[in-house]
Design a protein around this ligand. Structure first.
Ligand SMILES: [Zn+2]
Length: 525
C-alpha cells in the first residue's frame, strides 16, 4: 500500500466522468481502476453509491472483481441532509454500506452557498459536517472532506471557511481537500489561501479544475504551500476545461521535486497506461499532453535533428523513458517484444523467440493501420494463436455478407443482413433483421450458427465503440470498432479496422463469436 504521508488521489471515475461526451459503463470503470492501480495511485474515488445506481453497482462488483495492489477505494457522497441525523440518512447509509475503506464527503464551505443552495444556516452546515464525519468514523471508515467552493468561500468569509476545516478535522476527518470548484484561481493567490488553511493545523489537500489553464500549476503551488494530498484525473478528464491532470501532477512532483509517489517502474509505464485509459474512455488521446503525448518528445526534423543525434538531452527536459515515452513514439512502438512475451505468458502460451518476433512484427504492422490491442485482448489472443499455428483456423468461414438499410414510408430505419458461411462442412445462408446494420449482422450470424453451436445463445454484445482515426499518407479517414462481448463467465473485447464502418464492425463481430466459442470450450482442432 502507498505511503500515507502524501496522498495521490484519483477522481477520474467520479469527477472526471463528468466530462462532456464521456460515458463509462461499470466494466469500463473497473478497467480504468485497474490501470490506475497499475500506476500506483493511493486512492481511487469510484463514484457516488446510493445517488447513482451505476456507482452502487461499481462498488458491489469491485469487492469481488478488483484486486487492487496499491490503491484503496473511496466512496464519494454528501454530508447528511439538514435536520436529520446522519444515522437516519439513507444516502449516508449507502456510503457506509459501499464497503469502501474511505469515504470522501463533499461539504459546503462558502457561506453564500450554504444559505442559497443548501438553504440552511451556517451553524446547521457545521453540525451536518460534524455529525456525518463522526458517524462514519465510528463505523470504521476513514473520512476525507472535500470543501466545495473553498477559495471563493474564503474570499467571501474567511473565518467561516476555516471553521469548516476545523470542524471536519475535530470530528475525525483525516484530510480536508480545498476545492477550486469553479476553477478560477491563479497559483499565487491560491497558494496564499492554502497557506492560511495549513496554519489551522488541519491536514490539507487540493482539488483543482482547469478553467484558467492552471490546474496543474495550482496543484503544485498548493503542495509548495503545505498540501499533502493531491486530487486529479487521468488525462485531465473533467467537466468544462477538465480537472488537474493527475499524470502531469505525479510526473512533476516525482521527477522535478523528488517526491516518492509511485514506483519508478510504474512511472515508466505511465505513457502506456494513459493511452490504455483512452481506449476505455473512447476519448481521442491528446498528442500534445505533457509527458505522455505522442508528440511530447517529438522534434521537428531539420535544425535540431543533427544535434539531437549527438546529445538528445540538449533538447528534452527529462529522459522520456522515465515516463515510458520516447523521442518519437509511434503507437505501434508500444508493442515491444518484452510486452508481447509477457502478454502471451499471461494468456498461458509460451512463445519461442522466433514466434514472438513474428508476432511483434504483425502487431506493429496492424497497429500502424489503426488496430489497437491494448483494449482488445481477445483479438490479440486470436492473432497469437494464428501466429503459433501458422494458419488462420476458425469455427466458420465466411463466403459473403450483405447488409441493406431501408428507410420505410413511416421514416423508420430497418436493417437486414444476409450471411453465407461454411461451418462443419455445411454451407449455411441466414438472414437477420435489426435496428442497425451491426445488430442485423449479429442476428444473422447467430441464426446461421445456433444449431451447430447452441452455446452462442449465452453470448451477448454489451458494448460497441467507434472511433474515426485520421488517415495517414494521403489515405482517407479510417474507422476503428471495438466490441465488448460477454457470456456467463466474463467479458472480452475485439477490434476491427477499415475505411468502411460495417466492414470494421464485421471483423470485430466475427472475432467476438470465434473467441466466444473458444471460451466455451469449442477448440479449433
Ligand atoms: Zn471537482
Amino acid at each position: 500500500m502507498a505511503d500515507d504521508r502524501f496522498h495521490v488521489y484519483d477522481t477520474t471515475l467520479r469527477d472526471g466522468a463528468q466530462q462532456e461526451g464521456l460515458s463509462l459503463s461499470v466494466a469500463d470503470k473497473l478497467a480504468v481502476a485497474r490501470h490506475l492501480d497499475g500506476l500506483g495511485v493511493g486512492f481511487i474515488e469510484g463514484g457516488w453509491p446510493g445517488a447513482n445506481p451505476k456507482d452502487t453497482e461499481f462498488f458491489r462488483r469491485a469487492r469481488t472483481e478488483l484486486d487492487l495492489k496499491h490503491a484503496q477505494l473511496a466512496a464519494f457522497g454528501a454530508t447528511r441532509r439538514a435536520g436529520v441525523k446522519a444515522a437516519d440518512d439513507p444516502l449516508v447509509a449507502a456510503l457506509r454500506e459501499s464497503g469502501a475503506p474511505v469515504v470522501t464527503l463533499v461539504a459546503k464551505s462558502h457561506d453564500r452557498h450554504v444559505e442559497l443552495a443548501l438553504r440552511t444556516t451556517l451553524q446547521e452546515n457545521l453540525a451536518m459536517i460534524r455529525d456525518t464525519v463522526s458517524h462514519l468514523r465510528a463505523g470504521g471508515q476513514r473520512v476525507f472532506l472535500d470543501a466545495e467552493h473553498f477559495f471563493d468561500g474564503y474570499k467571501s468569509n474567511p473565518a467561516y471557511a476555516l471553521e469548516v476545516l476545523r470542524t471536519a478535522a475535530e470530528a475525525g476527518a483525516d484530510v480536508v481537500a480545498l476545492c477550486d470548484t469553479n476553477g478560477g484561481m491563479l497559483p499565487d493567490e491560491l497558494a496564499e489561501v492554502v497557506h492560511a488553511a495549513v496554519q489551522t493545523s488541519v491536514r490539507v489537500g487540493i482539488h483543482c479544475h482547469d478553467d484558467t489553464g492552471c490546474a496543474v500549476a495550482n496543484t503544485l503551488a498548493a503542495v509548495k504551500a503545505g498540501a499533502t494530498h493531491v486530487q486529479g484525473c487521468a488525462n485531465g478528464y473533467g467537466e468544462r476545461s477538465g480537472n488537474a491532470n493527475l499524470f502531469t501532477v505525479v510526473a512533476n512532483l516525482q521527477l522535478k521535486r523528488g517526491f516518492d509517489l509511485v514506483p519508478p517502474a510504474a512511472l515508466a509505464d505511465m505513457t502506456r497506461i494513459a493511452h490504455a485509459i483512452t481506449e476505455v474512455t473512447n476519448v481521442t488521446p491528446n498528442s500534445h499532453a505533457p509527458y505522455v503525448g505522442t508528440s511530447a518528445f517529438a522534434h521537428k526534423a531539420g535544425l535540431h535533428a543533427s544535434a539531437i543525434k549527438v546529445d538528445p538531452n540538449l533538447y528534452q527536459h527529462i529522459d522520456p523513458a522515465a515516463v515510458g515515452n520516447d523521442m518519437r513514439m509511434l503507437v505501434s512502438d508500444m508493442a515491444g517484444r518484452a510486452s508481447v512475451e509477457l502478454k502471451g505468458k499471461e494468456l498461458g502460451y509460451s512463445l519461442t523467440s522466433a514466434t514472438s518476433r513474428e508476432l511483434v512484427d504483425r502487431v506493429k504492422d496492424m497497429e500502424s493501420k489503426g488496430y489497437t490491442f491494448e483494449a482488445a485482448d481477445a483479438s490479440f489472443e486470436l492473432l497469437l494463436r494464428d501466429t503459433l499455428t501458422g494458419e488462420r483456423r476458425r469455427h466458420f468461414e465466411v463466403e459473403s455478407w450483405r447488409v441493406i438499410v431501408e428507410r420505410t414510408k413511416g421514416g423508420e430505419l430497418v436493417s437486414e443482413a444476409t450471411v453465407k458461411l461454411y461451418a462443419k462442412g455445411e454451407r449455411i445462408v441466414a438472414t437477420g433483421e435489426g435496428n442497425g446494420p451491426v445488430n442485423a449482422l449479429d442476428r444473422a450470424v447467430r441464426l446461421a450458427l445456433e444449431k451447430l453451436y447452441p452455446e452462442l445463445a449465452k453470448l451477448e454484445l454489451i458494448d460497441y465503440k467507434v472511433r474515426i482515426l485520421e488517415g495517414t499518407h494521403g489515405t482517407g479517414a479510417i474507422t476503428r470498432v471495438l466490441i465488448t462481448s460477454s457470456d456467463d463467465t466474463g467479458d472480452w473485447a475485439t477490434v476491427g479496422v477499415d475505411e468502411n464502418i460495417i466492414e470494421a464492425s464485421w471483423q470485430a463481430l466475427e472475432q467476438a463469436v470465434t473467441y466466444g466459442l473458444l471460451r466455451s470450450g469449442r477448440d479449433l482442432d
